[in-house]
Design a protein around this ligand. Sequence first.
Ligand SMILES: O=C(O)CCC(=O)C(=O)O
Ligand SMILES: [Fe+2]
Length: 207
Amino acid sequence: MSPKRKLLHYGIPFASREPVLDYMKKSEVVIKQLLKVLMNGLNLHEIDETKELLLMGSMRTNLNYYPKCPNPELTVGVGRHSDASTLTILLQDEIGGLFVRGNDGDNWIHVPPIKGSLVINVGDALQIISNGKYRSVKHRVVANGSKNRISIPIFVNPRPIDMIGPFPELIENGEKPIYKQVLYSDYVKHFFCKAHDGKETVVFAEL
Ligand SMILES: O=C(O)CCC(=O)C(=O)O
Ligand SMILES: [Fe+2]
């Protein structure tokens, strides 16, 4: 792991810290591979240190626990939102309840849990960095009436101190930038200062 990269584990109970950090470190192999493929899709064939830090300079994990809810229709599990990350690597148990918004924008698709699989979501930071080529996915979680649910997302992020904006190579190729440069910590502050609101957060970075 690059010495400049940060794995954040604040609030994770002490007993779980080591396995969680180990899981995060091991996930880097998959994350690097995914980013390599995604960057190839943008015609960027080399991920230098600057790019690597922008794409995965900081990683954070959550341990989500959704207690069973006797009246699931009266509550919101997690409201519709897209993640502020570049990528989110989500491990979910066998209960289900995660829905993603379909491409045509008016249907919710259940993401069925498949044993041994990970769900990979594109986040807002990658949408901004790729100048809209990769689009973050809107998703939500519904509560379950009879079973508790656990999910563990790893949010792969730029560092808070990074300015994020479309990669210069994309703009040099004559593309019109649709996003401005924003300080990633400002983006995250904006993300958390309001209730989840679908994909509205990314408007913060629009030109
Ligand atoms: O629990 C899940 O499946 C997803 C949670 C989520 O969207 C999030 O933590 O950002
Ligand atoms: Fe999410």
